[in-house]
Design a protein around this ligand. Structure first.
Ligand SMILES: C[S@@+](CC[C@H](N)C(=O)[O-])C[C@H]1O[C@@H](n2cnc3c(N)ncnc32)[C@H](O)[C@@H]1O
Length: 248
């Protein structure tokens, strides 16, 4: 990446910005109703039910990687969608900033959480997950929000977030498997009209090499990984953790 004006390194690339803009259109307009339904309890097709089950399993897995008691901790839900993970983290005591580029999904998240008595701990915002204005965090979770970005952009985004993260960064990527490639070619996850912008499958070896080569991530280690596969849902979770004295 080249240096920008004043010798400052631009935080994001043009491919990141272009993809974010496509995702905003997709999640805010094209598929907003399908996404609202998928993230609710309303009945969905058999295929989408496998996606819902997989996403529930992934959310539970990521939440299990966080301390049971999050009181006093700040957590960023990066690309929060309708806010399911943010709610669980707030219930466990975290002060959560939940940000998404889709104003409609953030509006829905605010509506769905209004009566839960968590208002003091849930701060929903519309914007880019990399906005430094959200502050610093103990934990950052990006569940299925980086899966549409290219591997170099994923690593740059993680590096930017790491500069404001004290303890752990949890994220998911779409694994590079023959099955996933075939499923995406078949394009059956959503009907043509509300199909997502391409998911970018990421090879684990290439991802680990890039993570290891990124100077802003030198204090972080890949602490664990977990693949969740449920029908049409397939996603790999990774934890990047800052090792502390006395802790691996
Ligand atoms: C597949 S959804 C997942 C939403 C949520 N994390 C969940 O698991 O329910 C991806 C979300 O990431 C958001 N997103 C993608 N790129 C983003 C960015 N650069 N900044 C903020 N949100 C972003 C999209 O608008 C969308 O709501």
């Amino acid at each position: 990446m080249t240096d920008g004006i004043l010798g400052l390194r631009p935080m994001t690339s043009t491919t990141y910005a272009a993809r974010r803009s496509q995702l905003e259109t997709y999640f805010d307009r094209t598929a907003v109703e399908a996404w609202a339904r998928l993230t609710s309890d309303a009945p969905v097709s058999r295929i989408r039910a496998t996606v819902r089950a997989g996403r529930d399993a992934m959310r539970a897995e990521l939440l299990s990687w966080l301390p049971a008691d999050l009181t006093g901790r700040r957590l960023l839900d990066a690309g929060c969608g309708t806010g399911a993970l943010a709610v669980e983290a707030a219930r466990r005591g975290a002060a959560v900033v939940a940000i998404d580029v889709s104003p409609t999904l953030v509006g829905l998240a605010r509506e769905r959480t209004a009566g839960l008595g968590l208002a003091g701990r849930l701060d929903f915002r519309v914007g880019d997950m990399l906005d430094p204005g959200t502050g610093t965090f103990d934990h950052v979770v990006a569940m299925d929000s980086l899966i549409h970005y290219r591997c170099p952009d994923i690593v740059r985004a993680l590096a930017a977030l790491a500069e404001r993260t004290g303890e752990s960064l949890l994220f998911t990527v779409a694994p590079r498997t023959a099955l996933l490639t075939a499923m995406h070619a078949a394009g059956r996850l959503f009907p043509r009209g509300d199909r997502a912008p391409a998911i970018e499958p990421v090879g684990e070896g290439a991802l680990r090499r890039r993570l290891a080569g990124e100077p802003r991530l030198r204090e972080f280690r890949v602490a664990r990984t977990r693949r969740v596969n449920s029908g049409f849902y397939l996603s790999n979770a990774l934890e990047l953790r800052r090792p502390r004295a006395g802790r691996p």
